[in-house]
Design a protein around this ligand. Structure first.
Ligand code: GLU
Length: 445
């Protein structure tokens, strides 16, 4: 790493002790930015990096709620409003027991660059809670969401901060959150949240967008080598919203997705994952992947283990951060891997990324490859602002244009900085320069 940036990185690490994922995300971005600072000394003079690594505002709050047995429960809520140079803070809410300030900061930091790459007017933020939705009734989820919003409402707004979903937060949760926001504020402010239901201000394609977008990005990478998804053998991790829609899109392009996973194990379905059955189990019944193995013939369910033990030509990690380490990456490379599209945020460890890049595997980092979700959230905001509602076909066309645009911008930036095919460099520099220019133009804030 460039010595000037290393000093800044060291200060960030010392100032934010114990936040490993945040350290990792900052280090990975700063490692790409040396050449930019050679060309743009004004970024160093303007202390752009020091400002960028310090969130504009961090909110931590108590979320008290009552479970079905009448017991009082206390969780911790977070919203990190990281950077508003390009637009209102924008990013999802994650409800998962692993959520802490460091996780929310890593996600919020990544979101700044991701959102800049979309070309849409959105800043970066993230939030969530250590609440575990697993095994909770609808009524418990509702009471939790209402309590969460009873604090969060004062910090958000269509021109201020616009949350959405992430792990553990989907259409059901956004509905309860929106209802409580409306009730407290007495405003039908559609643009305050995205990922809403279609009949009350949501956008078609938003549920599909992250998974579809990841596959569209990976398809563009494959095209640079004269390849496509057609005929590829694909392994996906996860079986949530992002994974399911990535599987559907990859198979619509002619690939066979032979496996996906949840936190307990994975299924191997050589005929190709049956998306309708997977949706039924995961989205309708909110069940476990194990049931997929029971209900479909000729399917192996592997309890525990790693989906990355399988051989594949394309890997789409769509579960969570640091789920794919250096050893798994080396195994995938040995087994003939051609491309990786990150549907999750930072699913590959730094060692894994190095293995992929050294082996010449096409590697699409999350902040570029999974930007389709937040980009379609920005399309939802556009529709809300104009009180309009677009067709599926039109919205999907916009998503495709945006993803192809992100791919081309990352590729062109990597070329410009002398490292063709390095999408990590392209994404980090492409996103950073846009935000840095806006920060300098807006003065010392
Ligand atoms: N949580 C998603 C992400 O990681 C989407 C955020 C949004 O739509 O605001 O980008």
């Amino acid at each position: 790493m460039d010595a000037r940036l290393e000093a800044i990185r060291d200060t960030v690490l010392a100032r934010n002790p114990g936040e490993g994922e945040f350290h990792q995300a900052v280090t990975e971005v700063l490692e790409s930015l040396g050449p930019v600072h050679d060309r743009h000394p004004e970024f160093l003079e303007g202390a752009v990096l020091e400002r960028l690594c310090e969130p504009e505002r961090q909110i931590i709050f108590r979320v008290p709620w009552v479970d079905d047995a009448g017991r009082f429960q206390i969780n911790r809520g977070f919203r990190v409003e990281f950077n508003s140079a390009l637009g209102p803070f924008k990013g999802g809410l994650r409800f998962h027991p692993s959520v802490n300030l460091g996780i929310v900061k890593f996600l919020g930091f990544e979101q700044i660059f991701k959102n800049a790459l979309t070309g849409m007017p959105i800043g970066g933020g993230k939030g969530g809670s250590d609440f575990d939705p697993r095994g909770r009734s609808d009524a418990e989820i509702m009471r939790f969401c209402q309590s969460f919003m009873t604090e969060l409402y004062r910090h958000i707004g269509e021109y201020t901060d616009v949350p959405a979903g992430d792990i553990g937060v989907g259409g059901r949760e956004i509905g309860y959150l929106f209802g409580q926001y409306k009730r407290i504020t007495n405003r039908y402010e559609s643009g305050v949240l995205t990922g809403k239901g279609i009949s009350w201000g949501g956008s078609l394609v938003r549920p599909e967008a992250t998974g579809y977008g990841t596959v569209i990005f990976a398809e563009e990478m494959l095209k640079t080598r004269g390849l496509s998804f057609d005929g590829q053998r694909v392994v996906v991790s996860g079986s949530g919203n992002v994974a399911i829609n990535a599987i559907a899109k990859a198979q619509s392009l002619g690939a066979t997705v032979v496996a996906c996973s949840d936190s307990s194990g994975y299924v191997v379905d050589e005929a190709g994952i049956d998306v309708a059955l997977l949706r039924q189990i995961k989205e309708v019944e909110r069940g476990r992947l194990k049931d997929y193995g029971i209900r479909r013939s000729a399917v192996d369910y592997v309890d525990g283990g790693s989906v990355w033990d399988l051989d594949a030509t394309v890997a789409l990690p769509c579960a969570t951060q640091n789920e794919l380490d250096g050893a798994a990456a080396a195994r995938l490379v040995r087994n003939g891997l051609l491309a990786v599209g990150e549907g999750a945020n930072m699913p590959s460890t730094r060692e894994a990324v190095a293995v992929f890049q050294d082996a010449g595997v096409l590697f699409g980092p999350g902040k570029a490859a999974n930007a389709g979700g937040v980009a379609t959230s920005a399309l939802e905001m556009q529709q809300n602002a104009s009180r309009d509602s677009w067709s599926f076909a039109h919205t999907e066309e916009r998503l495709t244009e945006i993803m192809v645009g992100i791919h081309d911008r990352c590729a062109a930036t990597a070329d410009e900085y002398g490292d063709p095919g390095n999408y990590v460099l392209g994404a980090n520099i492409g996103g950073f320069v846009k935000v840095a220019d806006a920060m300098l133009a807006q003065g010392l804030i």
